[in-house]
Ligand binder design. Structure first.
Ligand code: NAP
Length: 303
């Protein structure tokens, strides 16, 4: 059997088209567009490229986008004042602070200063609490888990009553996706098991999974024989395992990326599977756009 490929690159295009349409409609009827600010401190090249991609995507879907770059020596107090300024700015609906921050700044203090109603990353403790309660309480589901759930739903995989096994218990992927899959409601209602480094006999848990979500950061951790025939496998892992010359410019080296699942063997057993790259990766920024649009819709009373 060859599994159906769940391609994040294709789902991203569908969702960005939907967002673009909604933004245009709201702009026409209400004269408002979602506003997203990304705050970048310093010149970390990886952070710069993440921020550039976020801003480019925001521009593409018709948002007001602001890239606010500050020097490495900004004080914690100055950064807190800047966040407060955007908290008060009615044209801004989403505030993102690109991590990591310089060592002299307390990241937790900065992230907790963002107005929870503009916390489109969904990491503020208030939004984590809302996610735990579920239902109408949820304002901004965190972007990577929201992307995972969206892929499962759009692939037509039945989640209700399914055995969902999550490998990994991080605050940004494992715990929130486990929580989301067990909620009462569409795209959820699963029976959820979470496994981690202290789990005894991980294989036996994975083998039961109708939906297997792997977010460990260990290349090839999940062996093909751990996969139940026909299961939906979502591989969140992104691991640099080497370098190769770029297709566009053979003089430039690019990273070779592998997931946490042995893809070539797993695709012969699973019913559906995400590739790496091109699977979960493109969904994170897409869901960030959706959360920013949601933020404006909450403000306008449209949801
Ligand atoms: P993390 O914070 O390092 O957490 C990894 C989790 O996996 C931990 O809970 C750890 O267990 C568990 N784990 C690690 N090795 C394991 C093993 N051998 N057996 C069982 N469990 C194991 O990582 P993360 O931030 O969740 O990210 C996980 C992966 O997803 C990374 O490759 C990351 O790059 C990728 N990622 C991709 C996206 C995206 O595509 N948009 C977004 C976020 C993350 P313990 O808690 O017991 O240590």
């Amino acid at each position: 059997m060859t599994a159906k490929l769940i391609k994040g690159t294709e789902i991203r295009e569908e969702i960005l088209e939907e967002i673009t349409g909604e933004v245009a409609e709201i702009k026409e009827k209400q004269g408002k567009v979602p506003g997203l600010v990304t705050i970048l401190v310093g010149e970390n090249p990886a952070s710069q490229s993440y921020v550039t991609l976020k801003i480019k995507t925001a521009h593409r879907v018709g948002f007001k986008e602001v890239q606010d770059t500050r020097s490495e020596d900004i004080s914690e107090q100055e950064l807190l004042s800047l966040i407060d300024q955007y908290n008060q700015d009615d044209s801004i609906h989403g505030i993102l602070v690109q991590l990591p921050l310089p060592k002299h700044i307390d990241e937790k203090k900065i992230l907790n200063a963002i107005d929870p109603d503009k916390d489109v990353d969904g990491f503020h403790p208030v939004n984590v609490g809302r996610l735990m309660i579920g239902g109408d309480e949820v304002k901004f589901p965190p972007c990577t888990p929201a992307g995972i759930q969206e892929m499962i739903v759009r692939a037509g995989v039945e989640t209700s009553g399914a055995e969902t096994v999550v490998v990994g218990r991080s605050n940004i992927v494992g715990k929130p996706i486990a929580n989301m899959m067990l909620q009462k409601g569409p795209g959820a209602n699963s029976t959820v098991t979470v496994v981690h480094t202290r789990t005894k006999d991980m294989e036996s848990h994975c083998k039961r999974a109708d939906i297997l979500i792997v977010a460990a950061g260990v290349p090839g951790l999940v062996k093909p024989e751990w996969i139940k025939p026909g299961a939906c496998v979502i591989d969140v892992g992104v691991n640099r395992v080497g370098e190769k010359p770029s297709k566009k410019d053979p003089n430039k080296m690019v990273a070779i990326l592998k997931g946490d699942v042995d893809f070539d063997a797993a695709k012969e057993i699973a019913g559906s599977i995400t590739p790496v790259p091109g699977g979960v990766g493109p969904m994170t920024i897409t869901m960030l756009m959706r959360n920013t649009l949601l933020s404006l819709k909450y403000r306008l009373g449209l949801v």
